[in-house]
Structure formats: C-alpha cells, structure tokens
Ligand binder design. Structure first.
Ligand SMILES: Nc1ncnc2c1ncn2[C@@H]1O[C@H](COP(=O)(O)OP(=O)(O)OP(=O)(O)O)[C@@H](O)[C@H]1O
Ligand SMILES: [Mg+2]
Length: 248
C-alpha cells in the first residue's frame, strides 16, 4: 500500500456569503494521480489554493505525511514539497523565461562577501528543463513575447524544477497544444512513477482517463463521489457527471 502524503479533513471555506467548501475530506497518496473533476464554481481551485498556502481554511485539518500542519504561506507549501501550476497564470511578463522559473528561489553565486543571481546557471538549467519537457523555448526570451501555451509550459517547468512531493495541475492543459498536452501527460507519468503525488484538474477528463488512478467529483463545495479508475470509460464518466450535476 502506498504511503499517504496529504490528507484534508472537513475543510470549510467561505468568501462572504459564498460557501465555497462545505466540509471536504480529500487525500493523495505517494505516486497517485487524483483526477479532480466538477462543474464551474464547484470549489476545485479554492481547495487547491488552500493546499498551496494562498489562504488558510476557515475550519478543518491538514495532515502532511500523517502530521498536522498549518500551511500558511506559499513558501511553507513549497518547503513541504507542494508545487502548483495555478489556473490563472502567475508569470511575470517583464522578466525573461529563466528568471520566471527561478523567481524567489534564484540560483546564487558568491563574489567575496556578496551574493549575486547566477543568470548563466539559471539559463542553463532552464534550457535543460525546457528540453526535458520538449518545449522549444529560449530561456532568455521575455515572457511578454511568449504565447499562452508557452507561458503555461513555463509554469509547468517551474513546478517541476523543485523536486516536488506533490504536483498540482489546475487546468494546466488550457493553452497547451496537443503536443504540449502529451508532454505534460508523459511528465506527470514519469514523476508519479517515481513516487510524487499529483492532483490533476481538467475540464476535459479524456486527458486523464488513463492517467488518473482515482477520480474525485466535486459539486457545490462538496465531494459528491469518488471512483477508482478501473472499468471506467468516457461514456460512463460522462453519464456519471451528468447525473451528479442533475442531482445537485
Ligand atoms: N477570492 C474569492 N472571493 C469570492 N468568491 C470566491 C473567491 N474564490 C472563489 N470564490 C467562489 O467560490 C466558488 C468556488 O470557486 P472555485 O474557483 O474554487 O471553483 P472551481 O471549481 O475551480 O471552478 P472552475 O471550474 O470554473 O475553475 C465560486 O462560487 C467562486 O465564485
Ligand atoms: Mg478553478
């Protein structure tokens, strides 16, 4: 049996009168790909933002490898090994590609008592990463000159750079072309077979049909169903999702 990485218990979150999460229990094990599915506004991104330290839950417990933690900040989430590609991009257009990848976690070199950002090393590492991901990108290029798909690829590259224990992809296929999606799937497969856990959110579950070990369905701030991947096909999933939406 795989070891548990993350467990959420009874998580609640409201924004004013909107109850975005109404008592969510959710877990991810080592090497597991969890497909998180649900209609617009179901609460998927809110759940992800809590796990990535963007804001705390109003109520509930978060356990990381069995120990209760308060994630509190993006920095803390990253220290735990949680790397997230958010639905709405966080790239900085005025910086170059490699600077974006290392933003806040720059490679430094010393010169006497001083420390400088080692841009050449960052560009080298960024180029390697781009190659691994099959992205045809110049690390020295300004982000403002990249296409939507390239920016998305850049976010994925950033998430993969830092030895994640848990990789979260929130609608990361949006803006990618078919080749990019294939690369993302291959990479997800590669890192998860090495033990990294993954939460994969996508509106088009065909992309994760053979990738996710388990599907978790959210609706109106709740988890309404969970299905293991075995015996699932597109038709069954579509019927299942329609039924859930009709009931809610
Ligand atoms: N910062 C915020 N302030 C106010 N309301 C918010 C905020 N973030 C989310 N919400 C509300 O919480 C609910 C859940 O939103 P969330 O973005 O988590 O849904 P989602 O499942 O990710 O949807 P989508 O599939 O469209 O990305 C929605 O009603 C949304 O309007
Ligand atoms: Mg969302």
């Amino acid at each position: 049996m795989s070891k548990n990485i993350l467990s959420l218990e009874n998580i609640e979150k409201s924004f004013g009168k909107v109850r975005s999460l109404r008592g969510v229990d959710f877990k991810v094990d080592q090497g597991e790909v969890v497909g998180l599915v649900g209609e617009n506004g179901a609460g998927k991104s809110t759940l992800i933002k809590i796990i990535s330290g963007l804001f705390p839950p109003d109520r509930g417990r978060i356990l990381w490898e069995g120990r209760e933690v308060s994630i509190g900040s993006v920095k803390k989430a990253r220290e735990l090994g949680i790397e997230t590609v958010h639905q709405h991009r966080l790239t900085v257009d005025t910086l170059e590609v490699s600077d974006n990848i290392f933003l806040g976690r720059e490679i430094k070199k010393s010169f006497g008592p001083f420390k400088f950002i080692d841009r050449a090393a960052q560009r080298r590492r960024a180029a390697e990463l781009m190659e691994e991901l099959g992205l045809d990108q110049n690390p020295g290029r300004l982000v403002s000159r990249c296409s939507g798909a390239e920016k998305q690829g850049l976010e994925v590259a950033r998430a993969l750079q830092f030895n994640a224990r848990l990789l979260i992809l929130d609608e990361s296929t949006v803006g990618l072309n078919i080749e990019g999606i294939k690369q993302l799937r291959r990479f997800t497969n590669k890192v998860t077979s090495g033990g990294v856990g993954c939460i994969f959110i996508t509106h088009d579950f065909r992309y994760i049909l053979d990738l996710a070990h388990r599907f978790v369905f959210m609706s109106q701030g709740r988890i309404v169903a969970e299905l293991p991947n075995k015996d699932i096909d597109v038709k069954k999933l579509e019927e299942f999702i329609i039924n859930i939406n009709l009931q809610s």
